[in-house]
Design a protein around this ligand. Structure first.
Ligand SMILES: [Mg+2]
Length: 436
């Protein structure tokens, strides 16, 4: 597999979090080079430490430490009043440099920002890691101080990455290696405050990994929306809005979803994948895009991933054209008697969808499908998403991604389905055979 396509599933979205190392103190050292290598502390006007250079940190100075204590442990400290004018000037220069790499920059704080570099690998002829390192190097050269960077498929994980190694650290958290970064206390995760931590602890959850493995239904019920979103992002889903969400041209479209409880039933797992395929195709059609390549991702309960690239005969955005190939690959990937907890698809190398000329028999069939899906999309607009769906996705639609505790019992599943008549989305399955 070529490295550029590899990136499409390692980083379906390539999000950077860029964080200044001891930013205020670093600004002081950049402005006055004689301060370099010395313990610099800012915040003199308040009598406490607002920011400390790494030299001062090495002596044990911590944020908010009072001056008398600082002088005791670090007698040669250079103690300066805060100069916010300079800091914000340098902050603006920092954002400007980041904007040379992508226009999608979210200024998150005076010394930190998020940047979406998805799709910029091609024009720069560099992969995302190289691009991030180039940015880091440029910042150091032009500003005279350093930043730590996290590269990940979403904001929460990018933020985790920038903190992972400091100062001048770079940490890439590809989609398939999230697990390696979760063996930390849950409260180290951005957005998990003391209240949430206490609640998690009461339920026996102390690490980020335990939190990520908590049941979706429980997280959804027990916590407010932002924590549930956090849980989804830690699982690798892309939830938090990134800049211009309504871009009409995508480099790739991904649909990835965790389900609980985990399953070893091939039909159920494939139904989850099939539903993701339908969702990806809905988005492709909405933007009049088609794909010739996709990557299937399967994640086991132990957080191991298998991925496989699939090529289609021609650009398509119709599930019935894609599923036979995807199913072939799925069968080869699936390990028997293994519990799976998530499936996903990334479609990439997108092209504008053209109506195919009626030259071959195969395109006649495709045309039929196009008509079917034009009606499906109309029905969805009128009656709700997934009013019509494929038979292959039946189990995923029938029970949703998450069964409740008793949902494992087939009888119970049946009752659940019968009880769903009041729901808006009463699925009318589209059974399309075709050896799927
Ligand atoms: Mg910082």
């Amino acid at each position: 597999m070529k490295p550029l396509s590899l990136q499409s599933y390692l980083f379906p979205r390539a999000v950077l979090h860029i964080d200044g190392d001891a930013f205020f103190a670093a600004c002081e050292q950049a402005r006055n080079p004689s301060l370099r290598g010395k313990p610099v502390v800012t915040g003199k006007e308040r009598g406490i430490a607002a920011s400390m250079s790494y030299e001062a940190k090495a002596k044990g100075v911590t944020r908010a430490m009072p001056i008398w204590e600082i002088r005791k442990i670090c007698p040669n400290v250079i103690y300066l009043p805060s100069d916010y004018e300079t800091y914000s000037l340098l902050s603006r220069r920092f954002y400007d440099i980041v904007r040379r790499f992508t226009p999608d920059v979210e200024e998150y704080g005076i010394d930190e920002c998020f940047a979406d570099i998805t799709g910029w690998d091609k024009p720069f002829q560099a992969d995302y890691v190289d691009l991030a390192l180039k940015l880091q190097d440029t910042l150091k050269k032009e500003l005279g101080f350093t930043f730590s960077i996290g590269l990940a498929p979403n904001k929460v994980l990018a933020k985790l990455g920038s903190k992972w190694k400091k100062p001048y650290g770079f940490t890439a958290i590809p989609f398939t290696n999230i697990k390696d970064y979760l063996n930390i206390p849950a409260d180290k995760i951005w957005g998990i405050g003391t209240q949430t931590t206490a609640k998690l602890n009461r339920s026996g959850i102390t690490t980020a990994f335990q939190f990520v493995n908590a049941k979706r239904d429980w997280v959804k019920l027990a916590f407010a929306r932002p924590i549930y979103d956090l849980w989804k992002e830690l699982n690798g889903e892309q939830i938090m809005p990134l800049f211009e969400e309504e871009k009409t041209e995508y480099g790739s479209i991904q649909k990835f979803k965790t389900f609980t409880p985990p399953s070893r039933d091939p039909a159920f797992i494939f139904a989850q994948l099939s539903k993701n395929v339908e969702n990806a195709c809905i988005k492709l059609r909405r933007y009049n895009q088609a794909t010739m390549k996709a990557v299937i991702i399967l994640r086991t309960q132990a957080f191991d991933h298998s991925v496989r690239e699939v090529l289609f005969e021609r650009p398509t955005n119709l599930p019935p054209e894609m599923l036979p190939r995807l199913h072939e690959a799925f069968v080869k990937m699936l390990r028997l008697n293994t519990l799976y907890r998530a499936t996903g698809i990334v479609t990439y190398d997108l092209v504008p969808m053209l109506i195919q000329p009626d030259l071959f028999q195969s395109t006649k069939r495709a045309e039929k499908f196009q008509k079917v899906y034009a009606s499906t999309d109309k029905a969805a607009a009128k009656y709700g998403k997934h009013t019509l769906f494929l038979g292959t996705s039946w189990q995923a639609h029938q029970f949703g991604a998450h069964l409740n505790e008793r949902g494992d019992d087939p009888k119970r599943k049946h009752e659940l389905f019968l009880g769903e008549t009041k729901r808006k989305r009463l699925g009318i399955p589209m059974l399309l055979g075709e050896g799927i």
